[in-house]
Design a protein around this ligand. Structure first.
Ligand code: SF4
Length: 337
């Protein structure tokens, strides 16, 4: 392993200054992904700036009924928070579907968003990988692609985004709060991750030195009718083949509102906006759900190994929407079909 320096600034401002001035510096928080990469030689920073003990770990309701999640809030603490469990159960379920209990105890909110793909070629320093080394080529193009993406791919990369939490946050219209040398900015989560295009190594819109300090989630009036479902090869500690985050508002038999995001199938957490647009105002029927998912997935570019993800994503999403349609009406509402 390459030698590196280690510092632990006592403020976010000092951390930003330390990383911004050193092109070879990276942030360290939970380290559940980064330390693996250091050992494998995938990442070779000259300096680690530890932000894990900054006062950025609070999880708080906001006055409008939303949620503010500190960047270093641990995944297990966030999933267990009573307000999250009660008002954003979709997010709690996505967190509990990810990793293992031990990893969730250490992994942070920002680290979860920034975790890197588990493409086997990316994790093999001897394989060609544009994400690891721009211009090197992509071994997955002629390789084994069972776990790769079918949406948002390019000829340069088809690695799937691995996060469950980010899929739920995409459905919830979350906003990422970022601090840089020039001040703070807010980025909608659906614009935070970049499609690979011809630069798969550029994974987010973050500039070097910018630090994620929080994630804000606006209130969702029909969050009590939401679900996260994950399909995977093992019952636990496995990445998604397909996952679905959904919330649905049905009134008088029609879709009054819907949030839908897919995991395991996209190079980024995939907000299914084509399906959402097709659904809103239409009948809350299985046939309409199937048509909407067909429209969403028409843009997919499958390989032989991962073509199964298209019918799997469609049937999983339709099943989740059907389940939400049939759920008992929220307390005080009697207008469900
Ligand atoms: Fe690298 Fe992406 Fe190709 Fe995997 S799919 S080898 S991450 S460029």
């Amino acid at each position: 392993m390459k030698e590196f320096s280690y510092t632990r600034p006592d403020s976010a401002e000092a951390a930003v200054a330390a990383v911004a001035q050193d092109p070879d510096a990276v942030y360290l928080a939970g380290g559940t992904n980064l330390v693996d990469h250091l050992k494998l030689g995938i990442t070779t920073p000259g300096s680690l700036v530890d932000v894990s003990r900054l006062a950025l770990g609070d999880v708080e309701p906001t006055p409008d009924g939303g949620l503010r999640i500190g960047a270093t809030a641990r995944n297990s603490d966030l999933a267990a928070h009573p307000y999250v469990r009660r008002h954003f159960s979709l997010l709690a379920r996505a967190l509990l579907a990810g990793a293992s209990g031990q990893i969730r105890n250490v992994a942070t909110t920002a680290g979860n968003l920034l975790q890197r793909t588990r493409c086997g070629y990316f994790q093999d320093p001897d394989a060609r990988c544009n994400k690891r080394r721009p211009g090197a080529g992509c071994a997955a193009q002629e390789g084994w692609t069972r776990y790769h993406a079918v949406l948002g791919t390019s000829e340069h990369c088809l690695a799937a985004h691995p996060s469950d939490m980010a899929v739920a946050l995409a459905a919830l219209d979350a906003v990422v709060v970022v601090q840089g040398r020039e001040g703070e900015r807010r980025v909608p989560l659906t614009h935070f991750h970049r499609l690979p295009d011809d630069r798969p190594d550029l994974e987010t819109v973050l500039e070097h030195g910018e630090l994620v300090t929080a994630v804000e989630v606006p209130p969702l009036p029909y969050a009590d009718r939401s679900a996260y479902r994950k399909v995977r090869d093992r019952a636990s500690y496995a990445f998604a083949l397909v996952s679905v985050a959904a919330a649905l508002d049905v009134r008088d038999g029609r879709v009054a509102g819907v949030r839908l995001a897919l995991g395991g199938v996209g190079t980024v957490p995939w907000r299914a906006s084509v399906a959402e647009e097709a659904l809103v105002g239409g009948p809350a029927t299985e046939e309409a759900y199937r048509e909407a998912l067909l429209a969403e997935l028409a843009q997919a570019s499958p390989r032989e190994d991962n073509a199964f993800k298209i019918p799997m994503a469609r049937s999983t999403a339709v099943s989740v929407l059907r389940q939400l349609t049939q759920a008992p009406p929220p307390a005080g509402r009697r207008d469900q079909p």
